[in-house]
Ligand binder design. Structure first.
Ligand code: 9YT
Length: 128
């Protein structure tokens, strides 16, 4: 059984910070669960282009407000309680409004190994 607290992750190698988001990766491939689970902060007033070509991701907002725009498609508002699941590997733009950060619970299948940051196309590499 695995028991962790967010405090165990902060300022470790599983706490990955970028200019637009900060992912605290609670469960990773090494934990053997078949998915990874992250507590991710999307920084206020930012936009991130994301395109998970190699992964499925579900995202559940627990704090803050923003929106997701599917490239060439619709824009959906995000507020606490909103879930989006990228079941079609959709390229998208994720925005947190300037009033404050958004806090998201993210699940990835296959699991991330831990060090991934987006490449220039917004993807993460597939690590076998
Ligand atoms: C919601 C989202 O995709 N944010 C980017 C970071 C990612 N969730 C991660 O690596 O935790």
């Amino acid at each position: 059984m695995i028991v962790k607290h967010l405090e165990d992750i902060i300022r470790t190698e599983d706490d990955v910070d970028t200019p637009t988001w900060n992912a605290r990766r609670l469960l990773l491939k090494k934990d053997g669960m078949g998915f990874s689970l992250h507590d991710t902060v999307i920084k206020a007033g930012t936009e991130t282009m994301i395109w998970y070509k190699n992964h499925l991701e579900a995202v559940y907002c627990i704090d803050g407000e923003g929106e997701i725009e599917v490239a060439g498609g619709e824009t959906y508002p995000i507020r606490p309680g909103t879930l989006y699941a990228l079941d079609g590997h959709e390229k998208h733009y994720l925005r947190a409004y300037s009033g404050g950060p958004m806090r998201m619970v993210c699940v990835f299948n296959p699991p991330l190994t831990g060090r991934e940051v987006h490449d220039e196309e917004g993807a993460y590499p597939l690590v076998e």
